[in-house]
Ligand binder design. Sequence first.
Ligand code: C5P
Length: 232
Amino acid sequence: MKTQLLIPAAGMGTRLGAGGPKALVDLAGRPMLVRTLEQLAPLGLTAQAVILAPAGHVADFEAVLASHFAADAPTVIEGGAERQESVARGLDRLDPDTDIVAIHDAARPFVHPDTVQAAIDAAARYGAATVAIPSADTILVADPEDFLIETPDRSRLWACQTPQVFQVAVLREAHAQARESGYLGTDDATLACRTGHRVKLVPGTALNFKITTPADLALACCVVEKGLASCA
Ligand code: C5P
């Protein structure tokens, strides 16, 4: 089955205080997006990948990727104002004969290729899969004034990660239905679930964390400098 990678990288890193596209922020000597793609390189999907860049930054992304990947540089297109819109645009740019799409955030540079492969296998079998980790923390639900109202049973709570992998037809249906109903989510597996599709949870690892804050970036630099990325 033909698989393509779709990398949402159109975030501007407001919470990181980056002052520019988060995916191009330096992570121990290389742009974050380059590290993410290098981590995924064993899958052999880089050249056909579709990268979503912030509006006005497509050329910057193309220049960075050309200098690191030469002939294997992926395609860069303009993302949307929300992550969901960025993914929808990427979905429109997949090759017509692609069966499986693996969506992986540029902001998670330490995913293990074996984890991605496990999610691809699960999506081929079940239609949709997402990487996630069982919650180690007790999760609290608060009211709008930050008072505790509910503590869900931790044994059934998972923290969502990426990749999220889909048979292309499943993801197209999920996005079409979200658009029609005006639903805006923060991930794609939820859209597929809302459409009635089963989504298999595939265990990830703690090192597949998302770089959001300056503390996350500092931690990510330590991971690279201590050579821990391959342990992800
Ligand atoms: O906003 P958050 O940090 O959760 O973003 C997760 C991923 O989605 C990041 O890789 C970010 O670049 C991407 N994103 C996007 N388009 C947006 C917002 C975020 O591709 N409009």
